[in-house]
Design a binder for this molecule. Structure first.
Ligand code: SAM
Length: 457
């Protein structure tokens, strides 16, 4: 008798509601479940939850859905501290968060890097599980009652802003500063930028805190318009106030014209690096690790991983304001940093001077095009450190990095799914993946940082 064709699985369509049990968490934090065999990603859930979810996007082999109803909560769920779209993992105990991050690093290296038994070490837990962020970007919006509000985008909504009472990831001083800014803007009847019509004035409030210096900085980001600058500067409880005016419609706090209304434009911060105090100046647009206390741990781990003896030539690629370079300069012969943002390079040079570090130099440039001139000028490197953005390195950039012929490559990664293929390419070029150490810089969130060592076989 001829065999019957396999029954067709009905692919859920946009708007359908499905019931799923969540089996695991995917990279980025969405829960993964199956509706009649079809893979569904659901935000805001944890493994063990049974949920009803609405399909928002249906692709060929999977769908993305939003949570409609929590039918049976997972036994792993705990009561969240306070609603916060940036802290979705606060419904999991900290131990479960750590387990999950370590598992995800291992899984990414196996699945995307084809490492059969990746050398993943035990995750380094964070020193502070709450209120650790030194930088927060809030958005202005209009609440349903028409009042001005200041908080975060509602998950999945580019046009709706929910106010926040208590930001459990930032210090209580940041809560006070945010509230004072909102009160002042309401008193002046200033309006929020409307993301549909592109009209309105107030866009964002960026707050930075020097966790070691106690300095607090507010940067108000607006469309072009008028502002009672002296009054704002006097009203805000912080050391410096900046005002950035942006002309375009893009949702960004970068670029535009920034004016200092009070205090200094650069934030002062300090890092304790194995007993040595490093003083830092950070420009408004420059990248700085958002968890100061854990940045100290991260840089100490990067430094140990580099295995320096005092003679090595080190390249610090994607060096930002020079923090890793300055940390490694303590134990290296010479360190050369490369960074694309010119203001950050200026900060790096100033930070080297501020700390009397005379064996570190910095170049402004794109790593993709800067590697060959760098090698021509400086020669090959003993150690290369890379700390790229989440997108990782393109295959071409990996090839350029390999041209430095370093004995060791220390890869500081904020995304194991891009670390994995980059490490595979390096292994195919003759390196061995020796260790991968996850470091928890971002408790209550799905973000994962790790430091990998690749050594020339
Ligand atoms: C994850 S941050 C690391 C910064 C620094 N290592 C630290 O720990 O503070 C990545 C840095 O790479 C810079 N960057 C991004 N793309 C780049 C490129 N194509 N070439 C050079 N630098 C780049 C960013 O401006 C940012 O400062």
């Amino acid at each position: 008798m001829p065999s019957l064709p396999a029954p067709q699985r009905a692919r859920p369509r946009k708007g359908d509601e499905v019931e799923v049990t969540i089996d695991s968490l995917a990279h980025g934090g969405a829960g993964v479940g199956r509706a009649e065999g079809f893979v569904v990603f659901v935000r805001g859930v944890v493994p063990g939850d049974r949920v009803r979810a609405r399909i928002e996007k249906a692709k060929r082999s999977f769908a993305e859905a939003s949570l409609v109803d929590l039918l049976e909560p997972s036994p792993d769920r705990i009561e969240p501290e306070s609603p916060h779209p940036g802290a979705p993992w606060q419904v999991l105990s900290y131990e479960r968060q750590l387990e999950e991050k370590e598992r995800q690093v291992r899984e990414a290296l196996t699945r995307l890097g084809s490492f059969e038994a990746p050398p993943v070490e035990k995750i380094v837990p964070a020193t502070e599980q709450w209120r650790y962020r030194n930088k927060v970007e809030y958005s202005f919006g209009q609440a349903e009652d028409g009042r001005l509000t200041l908080g975060f985008h509602r998950p999945g909504r580019w046009d709706v802003i929910d106010g926040i009472e208590s930001d459990v990831l930032a210090s209580p001083r940041v809560d006070e500063l945010r509230q004072a800014t909102l009160d002042w803007c309401r008193e002046r009847s200033l309006d929020a930028y409307d993301r549909h019509t592109h009209e309105g004035f107030l866009r964002n409030l960026v707050v930075r805190e020097g966790r070691r210096t106690g300095q607090l900085q507010a940067r108000l980001v607006t469309s072009v318009g008028e502002l009672a600058q002296d009054e704002l500067a006097a009203a805000l409880p912080c050391d410096s106030v900046l005002w950035t005016r942006i002309e375009g419609v893009a949702e960004t706090t970068r670029g535009g014209k920034t004016k200092t209304l009070k205090g200094a434009a650069e934030l002062s911060e300090e890092l304790d690096l194995r007993g040595v105090r490093l003083q830092l100046k950070i420009s408004p647009d420059a990248f700085f690790q958002t968890n100061t206390e854990m940045a100290e741990r991260l840089y100490a781990i990067a430094s140990e991983t580099a295995g320096l003896t005092g003679r090595e030539r080190v390249f610090d690629l994607y060096c930002g304001i020079g923090t890793i370079a300055l940390a490694l300069a303590l134990d290296a012969g010479k360190v050369v940093g490369v960074e694309v943002i010119e203001k950050a390079v200026a900060d790096a040079i100033a930070n080297a001077q501020l700390n009397s570090v005379d064996n570190a130099g910095f170049y402004a440039g794109d790593v993709r095009t800067a590697m060959r001139p760098l090698i021509e000028q400086e020669g090959s490197a003993d150690v290369v450190v890379v700390d790229p953005p989440r997108a990782g390195l393109s295959q071409k950039v990996v090839r350029r990095v390999l041209e430095a012929e370093a004995q060791r490559i220390v890869y500081v990664s904020c995304n194991p799914t891009t670390l994995a293929p980059n490490a595979r390419q390096m292994v195919e070029a003759g390196y061995e993946l020796k260790t991968v150490k996850p470091v928890d810089m971002f408790p209550q969130t799905p973000h994962i940082e790790c430091v990998a060592l690749l050594e020339r076989a």
